[in-house]
Design a protein around this ligand. Structure first.
Ligand SMILES: *[C@@H]1O[C@H](CO)[C@@H](O)[C@H](O)[C@H]1NC(C)=O
Length: 403
């Protein structure tokens, strides 16, 4: 998920207010106000009615303000500075590795495969975590996961991973990887909506775990650390490229294609840049675990970002109320089963928001419902292995259960 602040309309105005005498409408309003002040009872009545109308529509007004902010974003916001995009080529054959690395401007790696670490925060998304780790299995050595007993918003939640740890120990065992887990128990309760404080605390816990594993020698210099949210999955092909080649930037962003609700519903927005692979430095310099910009280099088409890809509508509701962007929840009606299901089936934003785009052309192009892909050739490997079990992420997204 992105960290951009919700849009705020510019509120300052440099021009002085127009004179009432020259503008007939304002003149009329001034006259009416003048009349009302001479009749206090009527003024009180009109005032009360106006207040009630305003309160009744407060939700509509705040939604309108938000929407106008998004639609007019090209006027008040600037896009992320451009990346140096590294084109991504397929592997031609088993004995052409030098050529494959060379096509990206890199060399083949000497001294064997680097240690690969996946470091990830998790909340309720256990299926997504399984899909992710099964994708990484042939290449990953350390699976590092952190969860908390509170949501980012600061309400209590179960330790889901701990409750299902055996399931993930099996995946780690099959991958020949070590599982490192920590429960964070010092989140701040009841944060104001839209706060990122607990999310930052969770990322710090991951940085600390990485430091501890480096201290013990389990993560040596030259190791690759994948830093991305649980629903941002790097493809196996990409991991093969990165473990076979050397000479890429020590902080390399990985562009992932955006999907909403399922891998059948791609967004038409050019993808997402936040996932990153970091090469552990030789010196004692720390490795900072974050979700922001680490460099200007971006490897194209490196994986998938499937937002709100939960097995049940109830899980979606938990996310809508519990994550750092819960300020987007302008009305409890958005959580209603019938409405939420309609949004899922139609491929519309769960909060009814406009796309975040920086030109008017893109605001139009990126808004509206998703278009079905109707093809599942390029999806994480677990979905190919168990299409029935993960059918809600393929073509059965609309039929997923409520609870
Ligand atoms: C989280 O865990 C800590 C340590 O076990 C405990 O003190 C705290 O009460 C827990 N918080 C919630 C909301 O369960």
């Amino acid at each position: 998920m992105d960290h951009r602040k919700p849009p705020i309309l510019p509120t300052t105005s440099s021009s002085p207010p127009p004179s009432p005498r020259r503008i007939p409408v304002l003149g009329a309003v001034a006259a009416a106000a003048n009349k009302l002040t001479r009749r206090p009872l009527r003024a009180a009545l009109v005032g009360t009615i106006a207040l009630l109308v305003l309160l009744y529509n407060a939700h509509a007004i705040s939604t309108l303000r938000r929407d106008v902010g998004y639609i007019l974003r090209p006027l008040w916001d600037t896009p992320e500075p451009a990346f140096n995009v590294i084109k991504h080529f397929p592997r031609a054959g088993d004995d052409n590795d030098e050529q494959w690395c060379g096509a990206h401007g890199w060399a083949t790696r000497r001294g064997g495969k680097p240690v690969v670490v996946d470091a990830v925060p998790v909340s309720t998304e256990l299926d997504m975590l399984e899909i992710r780790w099964r994708e990484y299995a042939p290449f990953v050595d350390i699976l590092l996961v952190v969860e908390s007993n509170m949501t980012f918003a600061g309400t209590p939640k179960p330790l889901h991973f701990a409750a299902h740890r055996a399931r993930f120990e099996r995946i780690a065992h099959d991958a020949g990887a070590k599982l490192v887990y920590r429960a964070v128990t010092d989140f701040e309760p009841n944060l104001p909506s839209g706060s990122f404080k607990n999310e930052a605390c969770q990322r710090q816990a991951i940085s600390d775990l990485i430091a501890a594993e480096r201290g013990s020698g389990a993560i040596p210099p030259g190791a690759l650390i994948i830093q991305s949210d649980v629903d941002e999955i790097v493809s196996r092909d990409t991991l093969q490229l990165l473990t076979m080649c050397s000479g890429f930037p020590s902080q390399l962003h990985l562009q992932v294609d955006n999907y909403l609700y399922s891998y059948d519903q791609p967004l038409n927005d050019g993808g997402y840049w936040r996932p990153r692979v970091v090469t552990v430095p030789a010196g004692g310099e720390g490795v900072d675990y974050h979700h922001g910009r680490g460099s200007d280099d971006l490897l194209a088409a490196a994986g998938w970002h499937c937002s709100f890809c939960f097995p049940t509508l109830q899980d979606m509701r938990a996310k809508m109320t519990g994550y750092s962007h819960n300020d987007r929840l302008t009305s409890a009606r958005l959580l209603d089963e019938r409405r939420l299901r309609r949004r899922v089936c139609e491929g519309r934003d769960p909060f009814g928001m406009w796309a975040e785009a920086f030109t008017f052309r893109d605001v139009i192009a990126h808004s509206g419902p998703t278009r079905r892909r109707n093809a599942f050739l390029h999806v994480p490997v677990a979905l190919k292995e168990e299409p029935e079990r993960f059918s809600y992420l393929l073509d059965k997204g609309c039929e997923r259960p409520n609870k």
